[in-house]
Design a protein around this ligand. Sequence first.
Ligand code: PRP
Length: 225
Amino acid sequence: MKPNAGMVTLALSKGRIFDETLPLLQAAGIKVLEDPEKSRKLILTTSRPEVRVIIVRATDVPTYVQYGGADLGVTGLDTLIEHGAAAGGGLYQPLDLQIARCRVSVAVRVDFDYASAVRQGSRLKVATKYVNIARDFFAAKGVHVDLIKLYGSMELAPLTGLADAIVDLVSTGNTLKANQLVEVERIMDISSRLVVNQAALKLKRDAIRPLIDSFAAAVGKLQPA
Ligand code: PRP
């Protein structure tokens, strides 16, 4: 028997996604009993004995759900798109949870003339964690780019001469401002999605379907359009 049989396992990442999923869980009558910021535990119990939360890295949420290590997960659209390019099926995406909203944008140093670089057809060096999103975006614009894959602190790339531009998440814009960078293109709006393992949805339908329904109701209530 699989170690999670009879259990519903929800994969979350620490930080904004965890914090903003809590009210949705609460609306579904589920209280997480441990705080991942205080405990080193990676499996958290909830007020419902048959529901548990696992804490994984944001980029690993789609992987856990796709391969059945978790039945459900909450993941940003950015992560989902980057994962999707490498993945097959198995992930059902029933719901935009409308949390952890931000955008993926292109940013450059304040003294870099992005518009004329694009106009002149210059080849741009672009550093990003979001290589698939960036590749598709610049290909559609007809801009030639050399993509440099980074795993964090993207803002440093234009400041150190590693790249001309970055493609990164922007929320308040404070990080860009603090590093003398400016947003020059908005690529897409991002929010977090509920993802569900398709096999689990069939096998554990009685447990999972009501959860999806209460998330859907909570999204409607908590975030009126
Ligand atoms: C994201 C992003 C920026 C920052 C933008 O990083 O990479 O650094 O948030 O937010 P702001 O516009 O409100 O300043 P995050 O904190 O998610 O961590 P990361 O570096 O691991 O991506």
